[in-house]
Write a protein that binds this ligand. Sequence first.
Ligand code: 6GU
Length: 241
Amino acid sequence: MRIDVVSIFPDYLGPLQLSLVGKAVASGQLDLRVHDLRGWAHDKHRTVDDTPFGGGAGMVMRPDVWGAALDDVLVPGGTLVVPTPSGESFTQRVAESLTDSTQLVFACGRYEGIDARVAEVYRERGTVVRELSIGDYVLNGGEVAALVMVEAVARLLPGVIGNPESLVEESHGAAGLLEYPVYTKPASWAGADVPEILLSGHHARIARWRRDRALERTLDRRPDLLAALEDGRLDREDRAV
Ligand code: 6GU
């Protein structure tokens, strides 16, 4: 997959050189390119923003500068991702859907955002445009949100995670539940013991215990996720929890 990130702060994307995503880039699994939006500004001050029509606080990013950048960076069939607090929720399902694209272009806005015609015009031209929010709070720009989304997508690409089984049981995975608690050695630490069942070797009972803890946790912390489970996703033993 190719991922392009366009920002006035390209250095913000530096962490993508580290850890698993960095390895995916180094191994060629991920073709990651970070661009400075100011390279497409056309005045000597390299202006990218202006005052909002209709008045109000702050500045808005100019569509002509963004248009020049996106025309150069988007390849046919590429998906335009616009991180914005007014977007649809970015979820694990959305991350999974983004892995179908051969190219993702992240357009990171600052200030009060990007002129609304940019998303509209690229949509009209047939580009898939996803305006996405990573949560109900406000960041200063799209860069940190782009970091979050690139990491969530990159770890789903084939070969990026060494053991793909670790993708199966995690929170927000296929079960629709939060993940059960996990433990490692030592079996006793600070007066706290690892639950005995996990030392028993009874695989079926361990699986049931983990499922029960996942259900309890989800009910306690994210009842909205339980309510959203499709019919038939809970078995009779689940209902007893
Ligand atoms: Cl995607 N961008 C900004 N600026 N703030 C956010 C966000 C995105 N998601 C949540 N808050």
